[in-house]
Design a protein around this ligand. Structure first.
Ligand code: NAD
Ligand code: MG
Length: 392
């Protein structure tokens, strides 16, 4: 008898990671089934996915979309049940509607459902890095207590996960080398960046991703968030994490052991590999991604990141060192600043300036509870919004 199919909840189903996850799921109809699909506000896109993947449940975060979702499912003759709002999502994630959760909502909005998956002991394919930055200790503790297996769905952390298969490997770990593509503005000086547009910022040279993470890649805040993410996932301090710019984006990260060995994971820049690792682990399953032809690529380059042109990376290291509420403040100010940049309310260089200003205005406090972290998140959002209004 074969094992029953894994029932997968895809949160952020209409996004870039959501699409990659559904692509891998559809390749394994015997082993994987999309049982819950959740999205923010795009009802039409969610309905199209329901038609294709036939989940038992569909959830739209924005309550104004509920009637359109329910009626659209009925018109299509689908038996999928419609739901709306955060609470419905949390209940489904914790129920036996799924045993595996792909947490791919963008931003702090993903924290509640990600935490619910950890607390319910689900296999957690964790793309929503902002939830780790905001509440990493709480999330890791919840997962450990409930026995939830977290597989990171960030190419770098997925690479490290593959290089550190067990506790023995962790024990001999000396440091982590996190690679970064450098983003679309690699090689530019700070003054070259004054007038860059949202279109230029989201045109990533190697990866196709949602708008928020694309801007984060252009400022190097994405790598900063990933340093904090690596700290929580693998239990290493910031002083043992080095960032290397690697423009080819083929080496997804490396780990160095006390004996002088360095292990790396390589592959084409396509998130379906990480997702297939998450679904199949410890087994390997087809992802649809071709293997790597190193002769065709020829060379692998590594450079030091330019912290003068891209201060967000420095700010993230500082927030990690400060601890407490500082990473939550960093993340919240960045979310507000990136959204304002995408709406053309502020320039590109205002993103690090706003984050730095907010961190200075709200000094780190002990982060004893989820409530204190949420409070820091809200205060940082208000501060950054006010600073944007004052600039205008
Ligand atoms: P995206 O913008 O393409 O998709 C975001 C998804 O979240 C959409 O389905 C949207 O409907 C949903 N969403 C937004 N707000 C919501 C809310 N309040 N409630 C419920 N759903 C909501 O983003 P993406 O590129 O797929 O990234 C998703 C997450 O994965 C981010 O945290 C990002 O940092 C991380 N990540 C992405 C990649 C990548 O290659 N795209 C790589 C590594 C990590
Ligand atoms: Mg990454």
């Amino acid at each position: 008898m074969t094992a029953p199919a894994r029932k997968v909840a895809v949160l952020g189903a209409t996004g870039s990671i959501g699409a990659s996850a559904l692509d891998v799921i559809a390749r394994h109809p015997e082993a994987l089934r999309a049982s819950v699909l959740a999205a923010g506000g795009r009802v039409d896109a969610l309905l199209a996915l329901c038609e294709r993947h036939r989940p038992e449940h569909a959830v739209i975060a924005d309550e104004r979309g509920f009637a359109a979702l329910r009626d659209g499912l009925r018109e299509r003759g689908l038996s999928t049940q419609a739901h709306c709002g955060d609470q419905a999502l949390v209940e489904l994630v914790g129920s036996d509607a799924c045993d595996t959760v792909v947490a791919a909502i963008v931003g702090a909005a993903g924290l509640t459902s990600t935490l619910a998956a950890a607390r319910a002991g689900k296999r957690l394919l964790l793309a929503n890095k902002e939830s780790l930055v905001l509440a990493g200790e709480l999330l890791m503790d919840a997962a450990a207590q409930a026995g939830a297996c977290i597989v990171p769905i960030d190419s770098e952390h997925n690479a490290i996960f593959q290089c550190l298969p067990d506790a023995h490997a962790h024990a001999g770990l000396k440091r982590i080398l996190l690679t970064a593509s450098g983003g679309p503005f690699r090689g530019r000086t700070r003054s070259d960046l004054t007038d860059v547009t949202p279109e230029q910022a989201v045109a990533h040279p190697k990866w196709s991703m949602g708008p928020k993470i694309s801007v984060d890649s252009a400022t190097l805040m994405n790598k900063g968030l990933e340093v904090i993410e690596a700290h929580h996932l693998f239990g290493v301090g910031g002083e043992r994490i080095q960032v290397l710019v690697h423009p080819q984006s083929l080496v997804h990260s490396l780990v160095e052991f006390v004996d002088g060995s360095t292990l790396a994971q390589l592959g084409l820049p396509d998130m379906r590999t990480a997702l297939a690792v998450g679904f199949g682990w410890p087994q390997r399953i087809d992802s649809g991604v071709a293997g790597l032809d190193l002769l065709a690529h020829g060379r692998l380059d590594f450079e030091r990141p330019d912290l003068d042109a891209f201060p967000c990376l420095r700010l993230a290291f500082e927030a990690l060192a400060a601890g407490g509420t500082a990473p939550a403040v960093l993340n919240a100010a960045n979310e507000v600043a990136v959204s304002a940049f995408l709406q053309r309310r502020i320039g590109f260089l205002a993103i690090p300036a706003l984050v730095e200003d907010t961190l200075a205005a709200l000094p780190s406090q002990p982060a004893s509870s989820l409530a204190s972290l949420r409070d820091a998140d809200q205060r940082a959002r208000r501060h950054a919004e006010q600073a944007i209004v004052q600039r205008a």
